[in-house]
Design a protein around this ligand. Structure first.
Ligand SMILES: NC(=O)c1ccc[n+]([C@@H]2O[C@H](COP(=O)([O-])OP(=O)(O)OC[C@H]3O[C@@H](n4cnc5c(N)ncnc54)[C@H](O)[C@@H]3O)[C@@H](O)[C@H]2O)c1
Length: 273
C-alpha cells in the first residue's frame, strides 16, 4: 500500500466535505496511521468527522493563532509516535471584508488575520514537526493557484500567493533534512470555507468549461485527495518546492472554448491570420 506504516498529521478536517477529510480517508485505506487537529468550538465537528473516518482517531488541539499550541503539538506527537512522516496543511480563513471584491477597502487587521491563519501557519506547522521528521518527510499545503488575480478571491488570493512562496522557502530550508514541501493547487470545491466566499458558486460552475479534463464536484474531491496522498508517499522523492495542479487542466488553458457567433459556421476558409 502507498502509505503503509506512515505516520501522518492531517489538519483541516471539519466536515466530510473538507478536502482534508478525503485525504484522511485515502491515507487510512493506503495503510497510514493518522492524527487530526481541530480547535475551539469547531472541534466537535472535527471529532464527529474523525469517528466517521475510523473509530479511535485522535484529534489534537491546534488553533494556529495561538503560539502555545505549536510546542504542545510537537510534544503530543512525540508522545504518541516519536516520529512524523507527513503533514497536510489544509487551513485557511479570511474575514468577510477581505473577500468578494472589497480589495481596495480591506483594513490591515483583516489582512493580518487572513495572512497569519492561511500562510504563516504553514511555517509554524513545519517548525513544529521538523524535529520529529527524523527519517525525512513530506509536507503538503492545499492551495488555490494565485499566480494570477481572481474576480472574488482578493486578500485570500494574496495569502495563497504567500503560501506558495512559503512552500518554496521551506523547501529550501528543509530539503537538506530530506523533507519535501509542496503545494497542491486544487480547483473550486464546495466546502465550508469555500462557500463563505461570495461568488464562489459561479466560479465553480464555470470551471468545467475551461478545464480540458472537466471538473465534477464529487470526482474532483477524490482526485485532490489521491494526489495529496501521492505527494505524501515515497513516490515523488525528488519533487519539492512545487505547485502541483489538481484542477482538470484549467490553469493550462487561457479561456473557455469559443462559442461560434450567429452566422459564423465552421472553420474559416480565409488565409488571413
Ligand atoms: N474548497 C476549495 O475550493 C479549495 C480549493 C483550493 C484550495 N483549498 C484549500 O483547502 C484547504 C482546506 O479548505 P476546505 O475547502 O477543505 O474547507 P474547510 O472549511 O473544510 O477547511 C478549512 C479548515 O481550516 C481550519 N481553520 C480555520 N482557522 C483555523 C485556525 N485558526 N487554526 C486551525 N485551523 C483553522 C478549519 O477548522 C477547517 O478545518 C484551505 O487551505 C483552502 O484554501 C480549497
Amino acid at each position: 500500500m502507498l502509505l503503509q506504516g506512515k505516520k501522518l498529521l492531517i489538519t483541516g478536517v471539519l466536515t466530510p466535505q473538507s478536502l482534508a477529510y478525503g485525504v484522511a480517508e485515502h491515507a487510512l485505506e493506503q495503510g497510514a496511521e493518522i492524527l487530526l487537529t481541530g480547535f475551539g468550538r469547531a472541534r466537535s465537528l472535527t471529532e464527529r468527522s474523525a469517528k466517521r473516518l475510523k473509530a479511535g482517531i485522535e484529534v489534537l488541539e491546534l488553533d494556529v493563532t495561538n503560539p502555545e499550541h505549536f510546542p504542545a503539538l510537537t510534544e503530543a506527537l512525540r508522545q504518541r509516535w516519536g516520529r512524523v512522516d507527513g503533514v497536510l496543511h489544509a487551513i485557511a480563513y479570511a474575514p468577510e471584508d477581505a473577500l468578494g471584491g472589497n480589495f481596495l477597502n480591506t483594513p490591515w487587521e483583516s489582512v493580518q488575520t487572513a495572512f497569519r491563519i492561511s500562510a504563516f501557519s504553514l511555517k509554524e506547522l513545519a517548525v513544529a514537526v521538523k524535529p520529529l521528521m527524523t527519517e525525512g518527510g513530506s509536507i503538503v499545503a492545499l492551495d488555490f493557484d494565485n499566480r494570477v488575480a481572481w474576480p472574488i478571491y482578493d486578500w485570500m488570493g494574496v495569502c495563497k500567493a504567500a503560501l506558495e512562496a512559503t512552500v518554496r522557502y521551506l523547501a529550501r530550508d528543509l530539503g537538506p533534512q530530506g523533507i519535501r514541501v509542496n503545494a497542491l493547487a486544487a480547483g473550486p470545491l464546495a466546502t465550508v470555507a469555500a462557500k463563505g466566499i461570495p461568488g464562489f458558486k459561479s466560479l465553480e460552475k464555470g470551471w468545467g468549461r475551461q478545464a480540458p479534463l472537466g471538473w465534477d464536484a464529487r470526482a474532483s474531491h477524490d482526485t485532490v485527495a489521491r494526489t495529496a496522498c501521492a505527494l505524501l508517499s515515497d513516490w515523488l522523492p525528488s519533487t519539492t518546492g512545487e505547485l502541483v495542479h489538481v484542477d482538470g487542466g484549467y490553469h493550462a488553458i487561457g479561456a473557455p472554448p469559443v462559442e461560434p457567433e450567429e452566422g459564423e459556421g465552421g472553420p474559416s476558409t480565409s488565409s488571413v491570420g
